[in-house]
Design a protein around this ligand. Sequence first.
Ligand code: FES
Length: 590
Amino acid sequence: MSSNDSTPQAPADNAAGEGRPAGMSKGLTSYGDAGFSLFLRKAFIKGAGYTDRALDRPVIGITNTGSAYNPCHGNAPQLIEAVKRGILMAGGLPMDFPTISIHESFTAPTSMYLRNLMSIDTEELLRAQPMDAVVLIGGCDKTVPAQLMGAASAGLPAVQLITGSMLTGSHRSERVGACTDCRRYWAKFRAEEIDAEEVADVNNQLVASVGTCSVMGTASTMACIAEALGMTVPGGASPPAVTADRMRAAEQSGVLAVEAARNRLTIDKILTAKAFENAMRVLLAIGGSTNGIVHLTAIAGRMGYDIDMRALDRMGRETPVLLDLKPSGQHYMEDFHHAGGMATLLRELKPLLHLDALTVTGRTLGEEIERAGPGFKQDVVRSAANPIYREGGIAVLEGNLAPGGAIIKQSAANPALMEHEGRAVVFENAADLAARIDLPDLDVNADDILVLKNIGPKGAPGMPEAGYMPIPLKLAKAGVKDMVRISDGRMSGTAFGTIVLHVVPESAVGGPLAFVQNGDRIRLSVARRELTLLVADAELARRASANPVKVPTAERGYRKLFLETVMQADKGADFDFMRPAQARGSIPSR
Ligand code: FES
């Protein structure tokens, strides 16, 4: 086959400028001779059989996060094929490439420890490799935040493609899905309500297909947030992983990425203050995972914005929970899709949204809601007049135990415990909890408050989802289902209970939580947004000087970088050096 064009000329790296997309000539490797750099690049890629005609097209990267360790991304090969089809249909050249992939259950000490690493990996590969736009394929909890953080910093046009939720299974005629039901059945097993044979049976049914957790956990929350931000195709949040609708969303993502490249629809035009406010509304209205706040804060931080937690709480008081999904409600993600997905929810939320926020389609959120057509009868998304919960799912607490704030998912909490004072039963760290929580002689009663220290960003490290402390075995066996639990860690979005999380500052850096002792009294008032340690300041100061906190350090590697630079939960637990130099203010601004 003869060559079908001439030797390349020295190109202009015009990715950020006017004219046609830079394609393969973007970001040339530095050899001191731009013409030679492009000549060499094309020579190598032609080794894979490409023609100059193909190489002249806008280049669209596709992040391949398929991994044998990540069944939540088990449909990645099919998605990539569909995205490529869309890119080729629209006249682009698809180039898929691997990045880090993170699954919740296959990463130690916790997936959150690697989220920032994945964001850096994504950002640098978006910067280093020639591409005019990118389709980000993510799904499992930390992947979508990491990709949006990385893409926000890289500044390219980007489309987020969600892998989609798993199907639900059936256990002895009861519908089940990961992972609210995982926790429920494990709690039954611990309480000896079911035997080892049954818990083994249900283990086969909880995850019925590849895809992300089927309830409103962190993955589903981030999928909805990504769509609310305008970063996905319309309706891109809800199709299950193995459906034709999901593959069509993938194809459409490819088409949109080419159009975004041609129109220079860079991510900063989408991730605006209005878009973040819309996402905060949606997070509250879906009864979303508490992790959604940390991730949204981190993504906003990459664009130079702070999330105002007090304002978020005010928004919560006027934003009802409308989505009837577990763990706050009763349905699963596939039911949400059958009910019309995000269009149904956004239609109900319209009065509270910035309808003029731009999306990756090049149209506004309001235009996309109109294009979705009228609603229809369904029972998954409630009307604002008949909500699941009259306030937003998440409340922000303050007090001397959490001077920088803490949160509680009130829509998944026990109303009887939301105004509660009790005696602290303290665990120094996750290992201490594991060693003692089930001891028969543990001094604990149902109205005590369990306190777990050292599971914050620096403490564990990585802020693991250990905030959902198990009910002590002797109380579980006695039928106790919920207790007030307080920590500086996170909990899975699929979990439920009266659980206070994200205490700032964390105990590992000397926050007041570090100085709570067994027997101290603590008062929680969700109505007053109060979290108070009923110990005098002077006594706390005495304890601090008697037992000063030793902030964790590491000698080398990623752990050293992590411990030296990770910020607190109210800054999204991002690395301090990843935020842009220029701050743009707080969200919401009003
Ligand atoms: Fe991947 Fe739940 S474990 S989404």
